[in-house]
Design a protein around this ligand. Structure first.
Ligand SMILES: *Cc1c(COP(=O)(O)O)cnc(C)c1O
Length: 398
């Protein structure tokens, strides 16, 4: 299989920076574990970047996929299909939303949200409106509109000109957001808990204040819950922690439990701005993806599932706080639910590499932030194992 790594360099466009010496080649996954081609096992604290929320190959999703794959993969949105409607019903009955649009990724869900917010504002509020205010350190995807929405200049370089109509304010700074609202503003778009930007948790004052600001100025409030939704923070939607309801919320990552799917959920008042022809996706809401996502939804909605997420989160964060006392180079422990970061002074990638050698998969963002996004059904004993490995790796960097 070494051949695969050589062939990758030959045939795959180099956007991921994988390293043939250090990056594992995974061939199998089960529960919280991954196996490489040599048979080594790894505890997975990244779960495909918050995607495999029920672990790898969860039986309920395998079964749903097997069953649906023998009936119908795809037939396009020219026709009705049951899994799409059933999944939409599950999403609506368990959230603020009245209606859903399906697509295939987080970026696409945010594209749909940007289009819907603009269309709504032009049709029903004021045709001069198109501008969207987003947060610095945010991440909303890699299409042209969503890199523009992403408030991190490094994602813009080389791709200019950006899409017009976006402004940025510091996250958790309500006054800065309010000061940018003008005659052209149509929406505010934020992640209630920022992911890619370093795991920054929105304050109550900020998230609740954005809701009030949007009500006052008739702006569409969009929450990007592509990473923090689907139970990741211990509630189905992170917004529930704040007692706040958005007008539009986007989901993707964990929604299909590893099968690609995205969704934009909206209240009817906003959703009505889209008419046939305004937006579409060939694969969006495809029966195979929707059957998988419905199986995922049913599991995370089971009684106590999210209570356990919360309990494991408390254990994990407490233990990390303990490590912070031990290692002065740990600057901060942040997070909500099982979306947790450890910010260090020094090179996080060195810690990552050492963990990997000992069979632990962690993630590093911005060079010095270790991020943990385990499967939501991870066992406490597995968290304990990862803490032990992490402590060993950190102690080498004293
Ligand atoms: C990952 C992510 C996206 C982009 O999702 P893709 O499926 O990669 O397009 C958008 N928003 C947030 C908050 C994300 O974490």
């Amino acid at each position: 299989m070494k051949n695969i790594k050589e062939l990758e360099q030959k045939y795959i466009i180099n956007t991921y920076g994988r390293d043939p010496e250090e990056t594992p080649l995974f061939v199998k996954g089960k529960g919280s574990y991954l196996w490489d081609e040599k048979g080594n096992s790894y505890l997975d604290m990244v779960s495909g970047l918050a995607v495999n929320i029920l672990g790898h190959c969860p039986p309920s999703v395998v079964e749903a996929l097997q069953e649906q794959s023998e009936k119908l993969f795809h037939c396009s949105n020219l026709f009705y299909t049951a899994p799409q409607v059933e999944l939409a019903q599950l999403l609506v009955e368990n959230s603020f939303a009245d209606k859903v649009f399906f697509c295939n990724s987080g970026a696409e869900a945010n594209e749909a949200a940007i289009k819907l917010a603009r269309k709504y504002a032009k049709l029903f509020v004021d045709e001069k409106r198109y501008e969207i205010i987003t947060a610095l350190k945010s991440f909303h995807g890699r299409t042209m509109a969503t890199i523009t929405a992403t408030g991190q200049p490094k994602f813009h370089h080389g791709f200019e000109p950006m899409v017009p109509g976006f402004k940025y304010a510091p996250f958790n700074d309500l006054e800065a957001f309010a000061s940018l609202v003008g005659d052209h503003t149509c929406a505010i778009l934020v992640e209630p808990v920022q992911g890619e930007g370093g795991v920054h948790v929105g304050t109550e004052e900020f998230i609740q204040g954005l809701r009030e600001l949007c009500d006052e100025k008739t702006l569409v409030l969009i929450f990007d819950e592509v990473q923090c939704g689907m139970g990741r923070t211990g509630k189905f939607l992170a917004a529930e922690h704040y007692g706040v309801q958005s007008d539009i919320t986007t989901l993707a990552k964990g929604l299909g439990g590893g099968v690609p799917i995205g969704a934009m959920m909206a209240v009817e008042e906003i959703a009505r701005a889209f008419s046939p022809g305004d937006h579409a996706s060939t694969f969006g809401g495809n029966p195979l993806a929707c059957a998988a996502a419905a199986a995922v939804m049913k599991e995370i909605l089971q009684k106590d599932f999210l209570v356990y997420v919360d309990r494991k989160s408390q254990y994990f964060i407490n233990e990390l706080q303990g490590l912070k006392k031990k290692f002065p180079f740990i600057k901060e422990v942040r997070g909500k639910g099982l979306m947790i970061a450890l910010e260090i002074e020094g090179d996080g990638r060195e810690v990552l590499k050492d963990c990997l050698k000992k069979g632990l998969v962690v993630n590093c963002i911005g060079g010095n932030i270790l991020r943990f996004l385990p499967p939501l059904n991870i066992a406490e004993s597995e968290i304990k194992f990862s803490l032990d490995v992490l402590e060993g790796s950190l102690s080498k960097f004293k």
